[in-house]
Design a protein. Structure first.
Length: 252
């Protein structure tokens, strides 16, 4: 994947070969500027590859589609709509009848534990609550794949851990396929059943690690030796790329 032309052209991604199985939770981690978000936007259909091809269930990806829902780092909520109105927006656009729409909205408000906040506006919610609404808004449209671009990156550590637990619970309940970009190694290991480590620009897949143990809601991750060992392995792999990029004068 290249941006620009001529001497100013930048190769963001190079020789990416990645398959994601149905119902997998795949996290992508790597140095700043390694193309993590670019890869996610390619899968989402928001960018077109300059070379190669992306497939969804065997068919080429030509643009955004309802089977691929995305949650951004910054809460993509409509400030003039309530919590219920934001969750209902995509359903209304699809022509869902009012009674069914109300049922689906109520179900997803319960799913993200926002009972009692249906009539609140985004400005009346904390950052963590706004991100819950954004997740519910995307899930309500029933995408087959959930794409998440550092969705918890702007949150404090406590809220972040709580929402990680919530996301794991939702994934286990609905067994969605999730592709989750993060710059946080601990988050990548805590959430991903597979962890993709990206090399520094131009972005390539350096390694893929499989987490072969469960992470349970509310677990003290620091007390789990298997978690600590895998986190250390992934961190060392990322740090190698950071150090190599700095030595080569690549800005991060």
């Amino acid at each position: 994947m290249r941006y620009g032309a001529g001497a100013n052209a930048v190769t963001a991604l190079e020789r990416i070969d990645l398959s994601v199985d149905r119902n997998e939770f795949v996290t992508i981690v790597g140095p700043s500027g390694c193309g993590k978000s670019t890869l996610l936007y390619l899968v989402g259909g928001f960018l077109a590859p300059s070379a190669g091809e992306l497939l969804f269930e065997g068919a080429p990806i030509r643009g955004p589609g309802p089977e691929r829902g995305i949650v951004f780092q910054r809460y993509s909520l409509f400030p003039w709509l309530t919590v219920a109105g934001n969750i209902a927006f995509g359903l209304e656009e699809r022509g869902m009848r009012a009674a069914e729409r109300e049922r689906v909205v109520a179900e997803h408000i319960r799913l993200v534990h926002l009972e009692g906040f249906a009539d609140r506006y985004p400005r009346e919610l904390s950052g963590g609550m706004q991100q819950r609404v954004a997740i519910a808004q995307t899930l309500a449209c029933q995408p087959a794949v959930l794409l998440m671009d550092e969705p918890f990156g702007a949150l404090d550590a406590q809220t972040r851990r709580i929402l990680q637990d919530e996301l794991r619970r939702i994934w286990r309940r609905d067994t969605k396929t999730v592709l989750f970009v993060t710059h946080d190694v601990e988050e990548a290991v805590a959430l991903g059943t597979r962890i993709v480590v990206m090399a520094a620009r131009p972005g390539r897949i350096k390694e893929i690690a499989t987490r072969d143990f469960e992470v349970r809601e509310g677990e003290e991750l620091e007390a789990n030796p298997a978690f600590v060992a895998l986190k250390l392995r992934i961190w060392r792999s990322v740090k190698e790329e950071v150090d190599a990029a700095r030595s080569a004068g690549i800005p991060l």
